[in-house]
Design a protein around this ligand. Structure first.
Ligand SMILES: [Zn+2]
Ligand SMILES: [Zn+2]
Length: 121
């Protein structure tokens, strides 16, 4: 029971989203997604996002880390310090800037290597 989104919060998210996917504005919504894993039982509106089926599937895959990074950025912009952000994120720092830069570096390194393989065999 405690793991359910309170009705008021659910209504707030749907209203904020205008009943559309908050990423592509599709009116065919699948449901509310938890940016912080559901088991943490955090149901603040900013941790919830209304998504269509396609984006909900992505959110349960490679997109989730970006949603978590975005949520952390949101808290940072609101002036919370790193400890407060970790607390707000359910006790875990999901994506610090160093980690994000690692991912970006690896991505472009891979791109570069792939291009070299194509160009030089
Ligand atoms: Zn969508
Ligand atoms: Zn979900």
């Amino acid at each position: 029971m405690a793991n359910r989104i309170p009705t008021g919060t659910r209504e707030e998210v749907y209203k904020r989203a205008n009943h559309q996917c908050e990423l592509c504005l599709s009116t065919h919504v699948d449901g509310i997604h938890h940016i912080i894993p559901r088991r943490k039982r955090i149901h603040r509106p900013e941790t919830l996002i209304l998504l269509c089926k396609r984006h909900h599937d992505l959110a349960h895959g490679p997109m989730q880390i970006h949603l978590q990074g975005g949520l952390q950025l949101y808290y940072k912009m609101k002036g919370y310090d790193d400890d407060e952000i970790r607390e707000l994120m359910g006790g875990k720092y999901y994506l610090n800037e160093e980690r994000m830069m690692d991912i970006v570096r690896l991505h472009f390194l891979k791109l570069y290597k792939n291009e070299r393989m194509i160009n030089f065999g």
